[in-house]
Design a protein around this ligand. Structure first.
Ligand code: OOG
Ligand code: NI
Length: 459
């Protein structure tokens, strides 16, 4: 089929706008499905307003970098799918909304039998419009040891259809025509939403659910339901310590430890906390299992985002995090946060040093003085322009995820405290083959944002 000549591309809804509609629809749905999510959103809204009022310089920095407006709607979600076909179709669905796969995460090393990517917008304008991202995991069936159980899981997955016919038709239409007009975009959002809805009916009998759950609770979560229910939706706070305290005060069962780096003057990467997954009633077909079945899948999470690190900065982060974790030894919950603080004393905590040592990515912009006298900017190096007050350098925000943190979040929300070790290795090739496309290198994306800002100084 060729493009329909009666459809003018000028009438197409921009992918950024479709993504925004979708993120809003998802948020509305999750608010009704998991009311505690609404509580977290309200808490974060209050904290962010307070931080912006208390720190006018931060408010100005966010404004100057088109980050202020996006903050109120900023969310990430997470889902888990079971087959290559599901993942590939998910990629096509997200592409309609301008979301592309970024990064490869191997969670098998942490005892979770999945590997993952994040679908998200990649360029500066799209991120500013709405940075909605979805951490998307593919189950690695090959990690089920029991051959018979593995075959059974594959068979169950082969039978389900997680996308509606309407969604599939609109994806194909958008690919063929190059976009969707308003009425189709609205239908697309409604149809796409169906894939992420919670279904309390299991598709398998209780004994099968239990066998899969015994192999790993996550396997049961992926295999036994009609679709890949969204398992959390996360608002972004400007002060996660305040959010953590707010959760505890509201009597919410927050995770004990905030994942990621410690509190710092210059936030880096990503810090996250969550509340434990809800225990939900599940109905099994043919009355099998009676009323007794429950499943824990859906939870709430809050995150704080900071500076995106260069490969050099990231290596230092990984090293210090490992030091803090190893020092405790297995089973030592000891004073993890004290160890973390001590370890991170070797990570510079002022932006001039972070920038000069090449640890993070920055966005460069002319100040009012710089704009007033472009002649002075000339070919001077960026550092000289900053010293002369002609240019500002603001942190580029980290848009991605952290595998160690993600593993901690998976673990704390699967319920139970099972610890498993898989001998598997990262297998990015297999993941990209399943997806049908390569994933973007996140460092290259940050590098490009930084370079674009440097190029713009000279124009
Ligand atoms: C995804 C957990 C990872 C994060 O914020 O690191 C994640 C999942 O549980 O499916 O969302
Ligand atoms: Ni998350």
């Amino acid at each position: 089929m060729s493009a329909d000549p009666s459809v003018s591309t000028a009438l197409f809804v921009p992918p950024d706008a479709i993504r925004r509609l979708f993120a809003q629809a998802m948020s509305r749905m999750y608010r009704t499905e998991v009311p505690l999510y609404g509580t977290l959103v309200d808490l974060v809204t209050r904290i962010n307003a307070q931080v912006l009022a208390d720190q006018p310089a931060l408010a100005e920095q966010l404004e100057r970098n088109d980050e202020r407006a996006r903050l109120d709607e900023e969310r990430h979600g997470a889902i888990r799918v079971g087959t290559a076909e599901e993942l590939a179709t998910l990629g096509r669905l997200f592409a309609v909304m301008g979301m592309q796969p970024v990064g490869y995460y191997d969670l098998s090393v942490a005892g979770v039998p999945v590997h993952s990517t994040a679908f998200r917008p990649v360029d500066a304008a799209a991120l500013a419009a709405n940075p909605f991202r979805v951490f998307s995991s593919l189950l690695r069936l090959e990690l089920i040891e029991d051959e018979q159980l593995r075959a059974q899981a594959a068979e169950i997955l082969a039978q389900r259809r997680i996308f509606t016919d309407g969604a599939l038709a609109l994806i194909a239409q958008a690919e063929r025509d190059g976009g969707l007009v308003a009425a189709d975009a609205e239908r697309f959002v409604a149809e796409a939403l169906e894939t992420f809805r919670w279904h309390s009916d299991a598709t398998v009998a209780l004994p099968t659910y239990q066998a899969l759950s015994d192999a790993h609770r996550l396997i049961a979560d992926v295999v036994c339901f009609r679709g890949p229910h969204i398992n959390h939706l996360t608002p972004r706070t400007l002060d996660i310590d305040a959010a953590q305290e707010g959760m505890l005060q509201a009597g919410i069962a927050a995770k004990a430890v905030i994942e990621g780096p410690p509190r710092r003057a210059c936030p880096i990467l990503l810090r996250q906390t969550s509340f434990k997954a809800l225990e939900e009633a599940v109905h099994f077909p043919d009355g099998q299992g009676g009323a007794g079945g429950t499943h824990t899948a859906r939870f709430g999470e809050i995150e704080q985002r900071g500076l995106a690190l260069t490969p050099k900065g990231r290596a230092l982060y990984d090293q210090l995090l490992a030091e803090a974790r190893d020092a405790g030894g297995a089973g030592s919950t000891g004073d993890y946060s004290a160890r973390l603080h001590t370890a991170f004393e070797s990570f510079p905590d002022d932006h001039d040093t972070l920038r000069r040592e090449g640890l993070g990515y920055y966005r460069y912009q002319l100040t009012a003085a710089g704009r007033a006298s472009p002649g002075k900017v000339g070919d001077l190096p960026a550092e000289a322009l900053i010293s002369a007050g002609l240019v500002t350098a603001d942190p580029i925000v980290y848009e991605d995820f952290l595998p160690v943190s993600a593993a901690g979040i998976f673990q704390s929300n699967l319920g139970g405290d099972e610890q498993r070790a898989y001998a598997a290795h990262a297998n990015r090739d297999a993941f990209e083959r399943a997806l049908g496309a390569p994933v973007h290198d996140e460092f290259a994306l940050y590098e490009r944002l930084q370079q674009e800002s440097l190029d713009a100084l000279r124009r």
